[in-house]
Design a binder for this molecule. Structure first.
Ligand code: NAD
Length: 336
C-alpha cells in the first residue's frame, strides 16, 4: 500500500506575474517526489469580483486547517481602493515575523559578492498598518503603532533565530533620534532581549546611515532587526545588492501558521509574458519544504537551483538570460 504522506498546502496564486511564478514553482515542487494537495484561492480584486470579498472565508478556513500557505504576489491599489490583503493576512493570522534571507546566487554577477544577510521584519505594526484619517481638509494623520509586546516578540524571534542558525550579530535599525517614543520603545525592547543572548553581538544603526552602509559595505551585516516599514524598504534595497527582486524569498511566520511568498510584487509591467523570474518564490518554497519537514526535497531543489545558476545558461531575462518562466522551471527539474 502507498503510505506516503500527502502535504496539503493552501495556495494563493495572486495576480500579475503571480500565477506564472506559482505554476512554475508547483511544477518544480511536484517533481521532488513529495506528494502535495493544493487548496487554491483567489484574493484581492479577483476574489471581490467573484465572491464579493477580498479575502474569502473559505481561504481563512483552509489556512486554519493546513497551517501552511504558498502565496504569489497580490496587487494593492495606490492611493484609494481596498486595503492590502497582504497586510490583512499577516494580521489575521498573527504572522508577526517576516524572515527575508538575502544571499548571492552562484554565477550571478553583482557589485557585491559575499552578501549573506537576513532581514527580520516586524510584520504586524508600525506605520505599515495603514491606519490613516483626514482630520481636516488637506490634513491627514497616520498612526505608527508600536507595542512592547510586538517589539519584544520580534526581537526574541531574531535572537533565537540567530542562536539556532549560528548567526553572530544583530543590528536593530531605527530612527529613534526623531521618533523617540515609537522607535525608542522598539529599541528598548531589542536591548532588553539582547541581554539574554550574550553570545550574539548586538548593535544599532539609524535607518538612513544603515542604507548608506548597506550600499557601501553590505558584507558587514548579518541580521537586520527592523520595524515593519523600514524592513519593507530595506528588503528591496538588499534585493538589488544581489541581482534584483526576482531572487529574494520570504517567510511570514507566527506561532502556528506560515505563509511563504517572494519579496517582489505583482510586477504588472511584465505580467502575462512568461518572462518573470520564479526564483524568489522557488527559494520561498525551499523555506517551506524545510518548514514542513521535507529536508531531502529542500536540499534537492536548492542544489538544482544553484547548479542552474552556476551553469548560467537557463536563466530568465532579468538575469540576462533568454529562458521563459516555465523553461527555467524545466531546467531546474532537469538538474534535479
Ligand atoms: P514589483 O516588485 O511588482 O516590481 C518592481 C520591479 O521589479 C518591476 O520592474 C518588475 O518587473 C521587477 N520584478 C519584480 N518581480 C520580478 C520577477 N519575479 N522577475 C523579474 N522581474 C521582477 O513592485 P511594484 O511595481 O512596486 O508593485 C506592483 C504591485 O505589487 C503593487 O500593487 C504592490 O502593492 C504589489 N506588491 C505586492 C507584494 C506582495 O504580494 N507581497 C509585495 C510587494 C508589492
Amino acid at each position: 500500500m502507498d503510505n506516503q504522506k500527502i502535504q496539503t498546502i493552501t495556495l494563493i496564486p495572486g495576480d500579475g506575474i503571480g500565477p506564472e511564478v506559482t505554476n512554475a514553482v508547483i511544477r518544480v515542487l511536484e517533481a521532488t517526489g513529495v506528494r502535495f494537495a493544493w487548496e487554491s484561492f483567489t484574493v484581492g480584486a479577483d476574489a471581490f469580483a467573484q465572491h464579493g470579498e477580498y479575502l474569502p472565508k473559505e481561504l481563512s478556513h483552509s489556512i486554519e486547517r493546513t497551517k501552511v500557505v504558498l502565496k504569489g504576489p497580490v496587487a494593492t491599489p495606490v492611493g484609494g481602493g481596498f486595503r492590502s490583503v497582504n497586510v490583512a493576512l499577516r494580521q489575521q493570522f498573527e504572522l508577526y515575523a517576516n524572515l527575508r534571507p538575502v544571499k548571492n546566487l552562484p554565477g550571478v554577477p553583482t557589485k557585491y559578492p559575499d552578501v549573506d544577510l537576513i532581514i527580520v521584519r516586524e510584520n504586524t505594526e508600525g506605520s505599515y498598518i495603514g491606519r490613516e484619517k483626514e482630520i481636516a481638509p488637506g490634513v491627514v494623520e497616520a498612526i505608527k503603532l508600536v507595542t512592547e509586546k510586538a517589539s519584544t516578540r520580534i526581537a526574541r524571534f531574531a535572537f533565537e533565530y540567530a542562536r539556532t542558525h549560528h548567526r553572530k550579530k544583530i543590528d536593530a535599525i531605527h530612527k529613534a533620534n526623531i521618533m523617540k517614543l515609537s522607535d525608542g520603545l522598539f529599541l528598548d525592547c531589542a536591548r532588553k532581549v539582547s541581554q539574554k543572548f550574550p553570545t550574539i553581538a548586538y548593535g544599532e544603526k539609524i535607518i538612513d546611515n544603515a542604507c548608506m552602509q548597506l550600499v557601501l559595505n553590505p558584507q558587514q551585516f548579518d541580521i537586520l532587526l527592523t520595524e515593519n516599514l523600514y524592513g519593507d524598504i530595506l528588503s528591496d534595497l538588499c534585493a538589488g545588492l544581489i541581482g534584483g527582486l526576482g531572487l529574494v524569498p520570504s517567510a511570514n511566520l507566527g506561532t502556528e501558521i506560515a505563509i511563504f511568498e517572494a519579496v517582489h510584487g505583482s510586477a504588472p509591467d511584465i505580467a502575462g509574458r512568461n518572462i518573470a523570474n520564479p526564483t524568489g518564490l522557488l527559494q520561498s518554497a525551499i523555506l517551506m519544504l524545510w518548514h514542513i519537514d521535507e529536508p531531502i526535497a529542500a536540499q534537492r531543489v536548492q542544489k538544482a537551483l544553484e547548479y542552474v545558476y552556476r551553469q548560467g545558461k537557463a536563466l530568465t531575462q532579468d538575469m540576462a538570460g533568454s529562458y521563459g518562466t516555465m523553461q527555467f522551471a524545466d531546467a531546474i527539474i532537469a538538474a534535479m
